[in-house]
Design a protein around this ligand. Sequence first.
Ligand SMILES: Nc1ncnc2c1ncn2[C@@H]1O[C@H](COP(=O)(O)OP(=O)(O)OP(=O)(O)O)[C@@H](O)[C@H]1O
Ligand SMILES: [Mg+2]
Length: 263
Amino acid sequence: MEQQTAKKTFKKNPILGTKFTIAISSAKGGVGKSTFATNIALALNKIGCKVGLLDADIYGPSLPKLFSINTKPESDGKTLKPINKYNIQCMSIGFLTEEQTPMIWRGPMVTSAIKTFTQKVSWNNLDFIIVDMPPGTGDTQLTFSQEIKMDGVIIVSTPQELALQDVKRGIKMFDKLGVNIIGLVDNMSYFTGDDGKKYHIFGEGGVQKTAQEFKKEFLGEIPINSEIGKQGDLGKPIVEKDPDHIISKIFLSLAKKIKSFYY
Ligand SMILES: Nc1ncnc2c1ncn2[C@@H]1O[C@H](COP(=O)(O)OP(=O)(O)OP(=O)(O)O)[C@@H](O)[C@H]1O
Ligand SMILES: [Mg+2]
């Protein structure tokens, strides 16, 4: 007799008002996900796309600081209006709380916040929504993978073994959940000294090797540059502040590559 398995199926809902949903992830913390998410959103906008930025890091939102946003979103009682900054439609839990208030929430509350941000925000006519994921392989990653229609994930990592160990776990999770991994980015890949030499502070080639190992595309490398952190702290990411900077040019060429996968 055929056995019936009680397999739970999830309905994948697209985020209304947007064509393509792309998450920026990495199971490891502090490798530059938020930096990448903000700069790639700006770069996609600069090459002609309408872009939204959703900060899905409920416990540690970065967008209010990185985009210097300290206003609250308007609401009509049913939906929240994204805040427009640098021509990007933005949403973050940090817009709704005080800067230093810790979010002491259990998993189900995080899941419901994610659903509000994906279903109850009036995203308007976007080509891309860039989702800045928290570190780890937890509730947020699971909710997005199972219940929200994602068109791709970009994995950001530093070339350090310690980071790559977690990243491999992240890749396996998305593979298992059937989420398309667009490719891997090597962030903080090297530092160029005053002598013009490249110093591979966190090791060399690790991200590219991991991409090969898992048969994923290697999208490119972003070197260590002090301007990245400085501009982020000032609330104007480098692509916005200085579009001609060598780092901004890297983001612009990565944006062209990403756009070409969809258009
Ligand atoms: N290429 C780079 N060169 C120099 N500094 C960088 C670079 N990329 C990121 N940083 C800095 O590294 C720190 C961590 O970056 P970021 O907050 O983007 O990481 P994250 O992966 O989003 O962290 P979390 O896991 O906590 O969300 C920040 O201070 C940022 O300015
Ligand atoms: Mg972050």
